[in-house]
Write a protein that binds this ligand. Sequence first.
Ligand code: UDP
Ligand code: MN
Length: 255
Amino acid sequence: HVPTIYVITPTYARTVQKAELTRLSYTFLHVPKLHWILVEDSPTKTALVSQFLSRCGLTYTHLNVATPPVFKTKSADPHWLKPRGVLQRNLGLEWLREHLHADTANGVVYFADDDNTYDIQLFEEMRYTKRVSVWPVGLSGYLRYESPVVTNGHVTSWFTYFRPDRAFATDMAGFSINVRLLLDRPEAVFKNTVRRGHLETNLLSAITTMGELEPKAHNCTKVLVWHTRTEKADLRNEDKFKKRGFPGSNPDIEV
Ligand code: UDP
Ligand code: MN
């Protein structure tokens, strides 16, 4: 049987959200046996996301949990200061632990942020992960790419500028986990309190060792995912309209 890919995506309301989700869903529609777990960073499920999902054509689960204000990135903060999407990814894991059983589950878990860019080949690379697979991530860590270093078919170190001494110096987009491993280790969750840049390594340290990692993407020589970041929408002319006494755009038109 073909293993299912459970994709966990944290998402939050902002002007570009629907555009991001549309682009992401069109990628996922090319991937067989994909179950999308979309988790809103919100105290309630929004109408925009609910309606978007109902017509997206994917198999999905819609969840929500709000990040408490103390853990939220403020607009003045640099984007790397606080980890993002932590509670949302954990809720996705909780859902899997509630709905799947370790003896029958057949699949892998991938944490796909809503603004990255994914080559659909990546999903076939990860699909038959036995424990934990890893691969390079393009445009990550202020480098052209960050990557596991592979020697004789095994991961031996990490090509990153930031803290290559981390046990698992990979970005969220750079690994997938066999779902049974996560069902067997209910204590494996993301922690909001870890030092910055240590979210991934902290989780992976709880479930595997470097020697067990399965390098994918031609021994980590191909970039199949890019850590792209979308520019914030600039709506300055909306305010200018209002200052001139014009009504501005129609709020009933969803963007
Ligand atoms: N995210 C979220 N709540 C937030 C900020 C981000 O749920 O307050 C989500 C976001 O939609 C994305 C993931 O968390 O799927 C990572 O966020 P972002 O892409 O902003 O982080 P970066 O690329 O800077 O690491
Ligand atoms: Mn991002």
